[in-house]
Write a protein that binds this ligand. Structure first.
Ligand code: PEP
Ligand code: MN
Length: 376
């Protein structure tokens, strides 16, 4: 059972205390208060755990400051979109606000390789006014003989370049809890020239120990990538693991699912699930067209398949796009075939703006105008 308090409630502590007092009448029921910061409002919830089946909702609903009481299954207790709490719970990290009111494009290298390539990528982003990127330092690969990423050794110069080019947020995969410390140490040493959002890759979507570790830390928000061969429900439960350990600053990323039916694409594009994730959870939704499509091929209209898949996700309401670029895809050490070249950055951003405008037009027709102006 969740007791939802009025948004921006003054005297919130008093209401929480009253909820506690009422809950104390029911043996075995424990109380856990949570606070969320949405785009326009701060709101608090008190979660009642344990044998709540016989607890009457009215006992809480009548308390001053209580907006609504909802009964929830144990599922998605924290990330779920309950009752009238219609707002997506975004977050701000290092000055970048991620929610559902604008689209952020995390364009960058699948795998960091050389300082020159990192520099060229970030310079291109800076020219376009983009402050978000992706930079893989730890690469989970299918073959042990493939390039595994440069690891912590590249972090000092990646972060230095990010600071020089005004990059504020880097999506970077961690495949082991030790990587969190390595990333934090490197940021500390560099004087925090940028921010990092830790990516949990599809292969670790059910690595519960890693999920708990990223959930226990507060330094980094989390970009969780859907498991490639598990149900959407299982992936959302994995996010609930992260949130239940204390870190609810999560972006849910769709990246295609493994099925031969997706061929000749690398995965079967699953961006029709954007509205499903938005309905079932309060998480901002990201799409990764690069790992979904897995090819640089173009359609007869001249647009790369990656552009088309991007449009599918953005028009469905995604508010972040994770996309592979490389200054010289032919010499990329990982996933060069799907990387866009730097001359495609401007066209991709224009494409995203146009598609987002179409989405906003349709949302407005249903009376759901996004709160803030959209800009990738
Ligand atoms: C990646 O984004 O670099 C990556 C490995 O993606 P995924 O985990 O979705 O395969
Ligand atoms: Mn990749």
């Amino acid at each position: 059972m969740i007791v939802i308090l009025e948004p921006d409630l003054g005297g919130q502590e008093a209401t929480v205390a009253q909820v506690r007092a009422v809950a104390a009448r029911y043996p075995g029921v424990t109380v856990r208060p949570y606070e969320f910061k949405g785009t326009t409002h701060r709101f608090a919830e008190v979660h009642l755990l344990g044998p709540t089946a016989g607890v009457p909702a009215e006992a809480f609903a009548q308390l001053p400051g209580v907006r609504q009481v909802v009964r929830v299954s144990a599922k998605y207790r924290l990330i779920g979109r309950h009752g009238r709490s219609a707002e997506t719970v975004g977050f701000e990290h290092n000055g970048v606000r991620i929610d559902d009111t604008a689209v952020h494009v995390f364009a960058g290298l699948c795998a960091v390789d050389t300082p020159a390539h990192v520099d060229a990528m970030m310079a291109a982003l800076a020219r376009e006014g983009v402050v978000t990127t992706r930079m893989g330092a730890y690469k989970p690969r299918s073959s042990p003989y493939d390039f595994q990423g440069l690891g912590k050794g590249c972090l000092p110069w990646v972060f230095e370049a990010a600071g020089r080019h005004g990059i504020k947020l880097i999506a970077m995969e961690a495949t082991d809890a030790a990587h969190l410390d390595e990333i934090w140490d490197a940021l500390e040493r560099a004087g925090h020239p940028t921010g990092v959002m830790v990516q949990i890759g599809t292969r670790n979507a059910q690595n519960y120990e890693l999920l708990k570790q990223v959930g226990r830390q507060q330094e980094f928000p989390v970009l969780f990538k859907r498991g490639m061969g598990i149900t959407l429900e299982e992936s959302l439960n994995a996010c609930e693991y992260v949130a239940s350990e204390g870190n609810a600053r999560i972006v849910f990323c769709l990246r295609g699912v493994k099925s031969h039916l997706g061929e000749p694409h690398r995965n079967l594009v699953d961006f029709a699930h954007v509205p499903v994730v938005r309905r079932q959870t309060r998480l901002p939704v990201c799409i990764d067209p690069s790992h979904s499509v897995g090819t640089g091929l173009r359609a007869p209209d001249g647009l790369p398949d990656v552009f088309h898949a991007t449009a599918q996700g953005v028009v469905a309401g995604a508010s972040a796009v994770l996309v592979d670029f490389h200054p010289h895809p032919e010499c990329a050490l990982c996933d060069g075939g799907q990387a866009l070249t730097l001359d495609m950055l401007g066209p991709l951003l224009d494409h995203v703006r146009r598609v987002r405008a179409a989405y906003e037009g349709s949302a407005a027709a249903f009376g759901r105008t996004p709160v803030r102006a959209a800009s990738p």
